[in-house]
Design a protein around this ligand. Structure first.
Ligand code: NAI
Length: 743
């Protein structure tokens, strides 16, 4: 072994290690490797028999001699681990410090449970659990003070899985895992790490249960390197559990079913409901892997959220991180499913409360028509249209078959709202939600929830909520859909107008009274669970600010002019921050972007408002905007082709292309073909990941190029076509435009 030592870099020079029960078996193997790698070792062993009876100094002495004979540093200690301070004191006396504790000492008193005596129970707990506690506590403050410590607990597969005749031992062994889990948390700020191993090795302990052949094969030397590595200062592992033996090492963690909520709001929970849901409670398909108490509590928060709080208000899981991890998504089952109808009854109060919630104030005389019910023009702000629709998001979404989501990380990603009639200032509106589509974005799933809201039988407005479920992707679904209401980047020029609003520190506290009760927006503890320093403003509230600014700037606050809005929630806003709404007018299309002034971060991205055209009703496409570009048709054709042969193109091309199509010198549309992933996708708007090549050309020239009338090189040299990024890749374009679009 010494031949390889010089090259070894997992060294412990200057470090002091205490190994309990190191007089034989696994402990001895650890002590030898640590010593070979430069550590000073305290070799502890009580020297009793396997049942914990008697004592002797010989086994510890033998190992110390063995180490010294090889030139290593070691001292013996013969105390029981129950006297932890004495063991640590030996280290301090001999070497002046203690860096690493390997809790390894152990005995066995196997009995069937019925025959287990008090002594059998107590002795096992005392040596394994209490002994590890005493030794570790004695070392703890030294480790804290020096900001370095490594601790190993020794559990057993008997504790993890149970073993006949080892009730006492199993209990103690898994007790050590609980101890380790907590020490890992309490120690982490002091660079103290604690891990647990469940070893298998031939030793005097396993002599009685294993044949000699196996005893010889399962050498302690096939366990020791794991223990030694876990204790190195460069190892970052903390709070983990490993099974180890025969030179194999595996890590274990908890797995939890998605489970089932077996009670309903304001109803008793019954054993029958538990029985009836048993299969779902125990179904490990799409199980999650919670790693902390925080995650465990988050689940309960979410359950309470879904069921509504005790005060009887329902909660709305929108905007920001709410809950879980993986999902059981089966789009075939979920898509097209309708939510239960929801009714929203309101008086003049609610639209006024909403207007105040999005920062309207009597300081601005223009705002009075939204704040005073007896004003001649009293109106609802158009974006109030999200309020009656938001109930469709409540718990109902989670109950949709095929969308088995354990919400730990759900983000309200985007919102689209289209108006058909001005909202009545009071009344009862009926909303119907439908799962329009479910997309697989790899890192997550996007659920498109379409909600149509009616006044009697008149369609008043239509919302599309896009909900991103982090970690729920990879179910083999499509990446995009023609149901998506797309975002659009603003033109590349300074904004035509900007409006600034200082939000109140109580803005979220006020806005939530519109029925968005998610505690993320008011409860600091809940916000902290979601990873936010403070409760955040509702994304829909920022959208309300931006929308009313556009309405004032470009439509003279005439709500009948407001046709549609689309926003992407890019970053959270903290109540009290200043929102800056930047606007670019492009005909009836107003691009917008909202930034937080303090951080200069974009919070509403790819956003726009469509205003009603006064002169003529435009022919519209899915976004409610005019279709007047010929290139739109070409891209629609390319999109169809990608569906057929996208995979093949990804293989051949492997690049992201963006087109900026201009009309009368202004950017009129942006398109992206992403041929880097999966089966490729084409979408309207700027590239969501960095484009490799961006082409800028007019709508007319684009048509000329794709129809073969204009040579791209000539267009380039004539300045008709601008190419940014990787020009070489544009050669692959022919592949897309000619071979596949066949245009
Ligand atoms: P071992 O019996 O060879 O070593 C245990 C050592 O601990 C003995 O030398 C013993 O004298 C010492 N010891 C017992 N009580 C003590 C006390 N109160 N104070 C100080 N020293 C004391 O057994 P082995 O197999 O090396 O076990 C080491 C650890 O690994 C034990 O905690 C055992 O429970 C655990 N383990 C071993 C498995 C295996 O396959 N060998 C399987 C699962 C767990």
């Amino acid at each position: 072994m010494s031949g390889t030592l010089s090259a070894a870099d997992v060294r412990f020079d200057g470090k002091v290690v205490l190994v309990t029960g190191a007089g034989g078996g696994l402990g001895r193997a650890y002590a030898l490797v640590f010593a070979e790698r430069g550590a000073s070792v305290v070799v502890n062993d009580l020297g009793g028999n396997i049942k914990g009876e008697g004592k002797s100094s010989s086994s510890a002495d033998r190992v110390v001699e063995e180490i010294r004979a090889k030139g290593g540093k070691a001292v013996p200690n013969y105390d029981s681990v129950e006297e932890g301070e004495k063991l640590v004191q030996t280290a301090l006396d001999a070497y002046g410090r203690i860096d690493i504790v390997i809790n390894n000492a152990g005995i066995l008193r196997d009995r069937s449970f019925a025959r287990t005596s008090d002594l059998d129970w107590d002795l096992i707990q005392r040596v394994h659990l209490r002994g590890s506690f005493k030794v570790t506590r004695a070392a703890w403050n030294h480790m804290r003070n020096q900001k370095y410590g490594r601790i190993i607990m020794t559990a057993s597969s008997s504790g993890i899985y149970g073993n006949f005749g080892q009730a006492n031992y199993s209990a103690a062994k898994l007790g050590l895992l609980g101890l380790s889990n907590t020490l890992a948390i309490e120690g982490q700020n002091y660079n103290i790490q604690c891990n647990t191993i469940a070893p298998t090795a031939g030793s005097r302990m396993t002599q009685t249960v294993m044949p000699q052949e196996l005893l010889d094969a399962l050498k302690p030397e096939f366990v020791a390197p794991l223990v030694v590595w876990l204790c190195h200062e460069s190892c970052q592992e903390n709070g983990s559990l490993f099974e180890v033996g025969a030179g194999w090492i595996g890590k274990l963690r908890w797995e939890r079913t998605l489970g089932a909520i077996v009670r309903q709001k304001n109803q008793q929970m019954t054993p029958e409901a538990v029985r009836n849901n048993w299969e779902r409670i125990c179904d490990f398909d799409n199980a999650t892997k919670p790693q902390s108490t925080k995650e465990s509590i988050m689940t309960l928060h979410e359950v309470l959220n879904k069921l509504g709080t005790e005060r009887g208000v329902s909660t709305n899981p929108t905007n920001g991180i709410i809950q879980t991890s993986t999902s059981g998504i089966n789009p075939n089952e979920g898509v097209g499913k309708k939510m239960p109808l929801t009714l929203y009854t309101y008086t003049n109060l609610e639209p006024i409360l909403y207007a105040l919630g999005v920062g309207m104030t009597t300081k601005d005389p223009d705002h009075l028509k939204f704040l005073f019910e007896r004003n001649e023009e009293f109106s609802c702000l158009p974006t109030f249209g999200v309020i009656p629709a938001q109930d469709s998001m409540n718990g109902a979404l989670a109950s949709v078959p095929g969308l088995n989501i354990d919400f730990t990380k759900v983000l309200h990603g985007e919102q689209y709202l289209e108006m058909y009639k001005p909202l009545p200032t009071s009344g009862t509106l009926k909303s119907e939600g439908t799962i329009a589509d479910v997309l697989d974005k790899g890192s997550g799933a996007v659920i498109l929830l379409d909600v149509h809201t009616y006044n009697e039988s008149d369609l008043v407005c239509y919302n599309q909520f896009s909900i991103f479920v982090v970690g729920a992707g990879g179910f083999g679904g499509k990446r995009t859909s023609d149901k998506v209401k797309v975002t659009m980047n603003p033109p590349n020029r300074p904004p035509d107008a900007m409006m600034s609003d200082v939000t109140s520190v109580d803005q979220a506290a006020l806005y939530r009274l519109n029925g968005d009760w998610n505690p993320l927006h008011i409860d600091p503890n809940f916000a902290a669970f979601g990873g936010f320093k403070k409760p955040i403003l509702h994304g829909l509230c920022s959208m309300g600010y931006a929308a009313r600014n556009v309405l004032k700037q470009y439509a003279n606050n005439d709500v009948t002019k407001f046709k549609a809005i689309k926003v992407r929630f890019a970053k959270p806003v903290i109540p009290g921050q200043t929102l800056e709404t930047e606007m670019w007018k492009d005909g009836n299309l107003i691009h917008l972007q909202a930034k937080v002034k303090e951080s200069n971060e974009v919070v509403l991205a790819g956003a726009y408002v469509v205003l009603e055209e006064t002169v003529h009703q435009p022919k519209t496409n899915g976004t409610g905007m005019k279709v007047e570009l010929q290139s739109d048709l070409v891209f629609a054709e390319i999109s169809r082709r990608i569906k057929d042969v996208g995979k093949e193109m990804v293989k051949k091309v492997n690049a992201i292309f963006q087109w900026d199509i201009t009309k009368d010198g202004k950017t009129a549309a942006q398109w992206t073909i992403d041929l880097k992933n999966g089966s490729g996708e084409l979408y309207k708007g700027a590239a969501q990941r960095r484009a490799d090549t961006t082409f800028t050309l007019s709508d007319e020239d684009f048509i000329q190029v794709v129809s073969g009338k204009l040579n791209p090189q000539q267009a380039f040299f004539a300045g008709k076509l601008k190419v940014m990024g990787n020009i070489m890749l544009s050669q692959k374009l022919e592949l897309i435009l000619k071979d596949y679009a066949k245009l």
